[in-house]
Design a protein around this ligand. Structure first.
Ligand code: ASP
Ligand code: MG
Length: 418
């Protein structure tokens, strides 16, 4: 069997879903389709959540807009008899009822209960459409099957609990196609969780691993993995083959085409990952697979925006290494903050992290007991894999460099935002 993943951009309107159907109907193998929320629905739901949490009743209008959006897509797809409508209606009504009646629990918990709905609605419409087109497809609620811990908003998979369930539900005994949600899961107790923003790629990889898929295809609005973001460097070119290792390095450094967590579950089972354009499904795209060497010899440029650089100094002037280092990183883990780059000198440590203001402020608060901590906002991390002097010159020229780190294969800079 094969796993296909369609992201929000590929299913943002009725035409996108018609295109999905065309791509899917050409696949002869058994197919598991993982779908994200339509277009920018996840962002819109985050706004609903924020308004609701802060007691702002305008969340209701925002939710109405999201409802109308989904309804209009469904109406365009099902001109005679909208088989998705009653399902969507029930799901929206449930969410409204929840928002009207529930006592508000913690932010992360509520986030998952509300924001996860986008994937339920999108997959419901996609599955109905495929069935209407005569495909032998079934909609599966991934909750109750993909089991996670209760770290809401960034849940970790419970592998043994999930694998058995996933293998039994996606058995292809009397279906050729399953449609299910990316990004979401549930605890053993049945509470909905999410796996982190843009987590649908990760879901596709997890399911591929558990089901021993032949390959995963991620359908994107770009022709594959490129050696730079073309919005940044317009002469970017497609990479034909990339090793798992290279792909992990690229995504960790900030390449946005696939989620950084996607590679591990695939590498562990030797499953190849194909990144292809849903706009040109006949084109080759990029294949990520074991031990291929980058043939092109091109530098790969990666930019990670919206970073904060924190400089940490032990107050008692003790060395930053050893125990201090482990205490500092323990605090990062406790606050759920991922470190993108670390540079340590005798008594100071510089760390670059994503600019998540709420998390950063509470981290700094905790650090201040033992350390003095200052931070630089509005910085970016630039990385070059397989760098050359020209490549370095190209992206650092005229930039204020706050930190530089070089290995044989990679150079990274933290620079102030241009
Ligand atoms: N819909 C979710 C998000 O936008 C998950 C995903 O797209 O992968 O973050
Ligand atoms: Mg999305």
């Amino acid at each position: 069997m094969i796993v296909y993943k369609f992201g929000g951009a590929s299913v943002k309107d009725a035409n996108g879903i018609r295109n999905l159907e065309k791509i899917v109907s050409e696949e002869k193998d058994n197919l598991l389709i993982v779908v994200s929320a339509f277009g920018k629905t996840t962002n819109a739901l985050e706004k609903v959540l924020k308004a609701w949490i802060s007691g702002d009743d305008r969340y209701k209008e925002m939710l109405d807009d999201i409802y109308s959006y989904h309804l209009s897509v469904a109406e365009e797809l099902f001109p005679s008899g909208n088989s998705a409508k009653s399902k969507i209606d029930i799901s929206f009504a449930k969410l409204e009822e929840y928002l009207n009646t529930s006592k508000k629990a913690g932010y992360d918990f509520e986030y998952d209960q509300v924001v996860s709905c986008g994937e339920i609605w999108s997959t419901t419409i996609v599955a109905e459409f495929l069935k209407n087109k005569g495909l032998n497809a079934e909609w599966i609620d991934i909750r109750g099957n993909l089991i996670t811990d209760d770290r809401f908003r960034d849940a970790d998979i419970l592998w043994s609990e999930s694998t058995a369930r996933i293998q039994s539900v996606f058995n292809f005994r009397d279906k050729d196609i399953y449609v299910t949600q990316g990004f979401i899961g549930s605890t053993i107790a049945g509470q909905t969780t999410t796996l982190g923003r843009e987590g649908s790629d990760y879901t596709a990889a997890l399911l591929a691993n558990m089901l021993d898929a032949e390959k995963v295809v991620v359908w994107k609005d770009v022709p594959g993995l490129l050696n730079a973001d073309p919005k940044w460097l317009s002469d970017a070119v497609r990479l034909e083959e990339v090793s798992y290792r290279e792909a992990v390095e690229m995504t960790f450094s900030g390449a946005k085409v696939i989620h950084p967590k996607t590679i591990k579950p695939l590498q562990n089972k030797n499953i190849s990952l194909h990144v292809k354009s849903f706009l040109a499904p006949g084109e080759k795209g990029t294949v990520i697979k074991p031990d291929t060497v980058l043939k092109h010899g091109l530098p790969v440029f990666i930019k990670k925006e919206n970073q904060i650089m924190i400089s940490i100094l032990p107050k008692d002037f003790s060395f930053a290494m050893g125990e201090n280092l482990s205490r500092i990183f323990y605090l990062f883990i406790q606050h759920g903050i991922k470190v993108n780059i670390v540079e340590a000198s005798a008594i100071s440590i510089d760390v670059c992290i994503d600019d998540d203001r709420i998390k950063v402020e509470s981290l700094i608060e905790d650090l201040k007991a033992e350390f003095s901590a200052a931070y630089n906002e509005n910085v970016e991390m630039l990385s070059i894999r397989h760098y050359t002097p020209e490549a370095i010159e190209r992206i650092t020229k005229g930039r204020e460099i706050l930190l530089e780190q070089r290995t044989r294969s990679t150079v990274r800079y933290v620079v102030r935002k241009a």
